[in-house]
Design a protein around this ligand. Sequence first.
Ligand SMILES: [Zn+2]
Length: 735
Amino acid sequence: MRVPDHGRPELLTSVLASNDYTMLTMNILIIAAAVVIGLTASPALASDAEFGPSNPFFAPSTLPFQAPPFDKIKDEDYQPAMEAGMAEERKEIDAIANNPAPPTFENTIVAMEKSGQLLQRVQAAFFSVSAANTNPALQKVRSIEAPKLAAHQDAIHLDAKLFQRVSTIYQERASLKLNPESLRLVEHTYDQFVHAGANLSEADKTELKKLNEELATLSNAFSTKLLAATKDGAYVTTDKAALAGLSEGKVSGAAEAAKSRKVEGFVLPLQNTTQQPDLVSLTDRNTREALFANSWNRAERGDANDTRDTIARIAQLRAQKGKLLGFSSFAAWKIEDQMAKTPEAALKFMNALVPAATAKAASEAQDIQAVIDGQRGGFKVQPSDWDFYAEQVRKAKYDLDEEQVKPYFELDNVLQNGVFYAANQLYGLTFKERKDLPVYAPGVRVFEVFNADGSSLALFYSDYFKRDNKQGGAWMNSLVGQSKLLGTKPVVSNVANFPMPAPGEPALLTSDDVRTMFHEFGHALHGMFANTEFPSLSGTSTARDFVEFPSQFNEHWATYPTVFQHYAKHYKTGAPMPAELLAKIKKSATFNKGYDTTELLAAAELDMMWHTLPASAPIQKPDAFENEALQQTHLSISYVPPRYRSSYFSHIWGSGYSAGYYAYLWTQMLDDDAYQWFEDHGGLTRANGDRFRSMVLSRGNTEDLEKMYVAWRGAQPSIEPMLKYRGLTSGGPAK
Ligand SMILES: [Zn+2]
């Protein structure tokens, strides 16, 4: 029995869909609402006619690494397999709960680890494909099954007989002579049950199940509305002059986007974040203002896709859930099992960053204002101006132009000679492309990954190019989780939304894209190095405020001299990046970090303010609440809006990062601190890499994460390296 991992989308960017999508989403909302009204305690059983040996999920895949047989899986296979998977797991769990033998580690805890394999198989494939390559049929399945899966999980965690057995083993654990990983599993399983409400009275359990199902439906409704709102929020113009400043490629891309939507002129689709990438180059201030306003107001237009009522209701229900489970707020409940442990600890950490981050942002704003004034602009810098003038500051101060850099970042070269090379130098890994394995969409590539001794470690799928039916952003997914108990090896994927080049043209990346590739590959390494007995403790199945640590840590190698020199070569000539250009990149490493850190902090504090509301609070008006929250946290800054506004903050309403967005900053502290250790011990060496792999990356959640970190680091994590690497100390940039 494992809680499904629906991927961890971050850096969420844009989402597009076909023209008839809006109509469809309305139907989904109606269907999803009907599910809650007709709510049942256990999922409906799928009939044999729907699910049998002809369904590709019926038996474990016979492909290498049990890779999903994507060539055989059809859209209509998922739902019956999911229904049968829930029914099968329910039966397995019932057998454990009703076992007449007294509870033992083997007959209860290990038996639970072995249960639910069919559901796991279908969920891993389904959530990967429905995020990266969706269509109306998959969207429909997702909206119907999401509340059922929530109910299914609840039915297990709130099963009194089962919890009695788990509880007995937990009480006796000291005398059971368990090895450390098994002991950790007992404690982890018990904590999960209690966290999910196993100690509640039967009446409260019923109440909790209702809350959870309504929350699952609302969360799904939010995602559906936001997808449509983001699409509708695109900037549309018939006036080519309004796009002045965009490259020719961008303009023709905008014309293509218009064509595919069957509208006149040009379309700039919205990315998920508040700031939009095109704002850096659009020279017409009116266009910038309009594009920014579209982004800022996308989900607040008073139409069917306005999310404000939905999020206010989610916040209210979550506060009630926190109270029901015995906590002062939803956040207090949610963070209980995280590394930070309490909202107070997370807030204290964030509040400590606010003065340094906002001071740096203020000095960046001064530089920008000076450029505006120098050009007799006659206005105060607005958020819609920031990137446009920041880029000019960057050119003036560092003489760095992103267009000069891109020819040195050709995608396949970055992948093979950068991302893979760093993993080879640190961990001895080698990679071999396999064209014999089926994929879920054209363009997806598969690599077999080998250890230094030649043994086969994992499969790695890459899916880097934007598709209109792909969720925005970039993420890592686990297609098959590692477990010695189940005899499975890892199969992981990295997904991103890099622009697809025109036919015959190379895919040239920005520095940000390169960083994203290293980031997601850090998650992939965490999954591929997993070397644990039990699936529940394997790989990336760790706390949210730990899981972004390996990924952000891996970003450091993107600019590490020997790695950088190895991949940053001109796509036409193969010439290495000229030393002056490289020096400029290094010099500008802390450029705009005040803004970047402040917009992240603003989003993270907003998340925490929403989720520390007490259950007694009335339903909130999102705009007023947001203003008040930013005031209170000293982050109401006219020129730095939050990275996500409440109404389109997908991480916290739709993707499981509720009361958890601080994790990105928290893990920045960890990754900078960890990188400092490497710097102090000779940098990129096999010895350092192997030590990190054996003490951290391979360990999953088999030990208390803080203890694991401290054992590897030799000290508690410190905030100092983070301030240093981000140039947030008074001493200025460190590198
Ligand atoms: Zn990540």
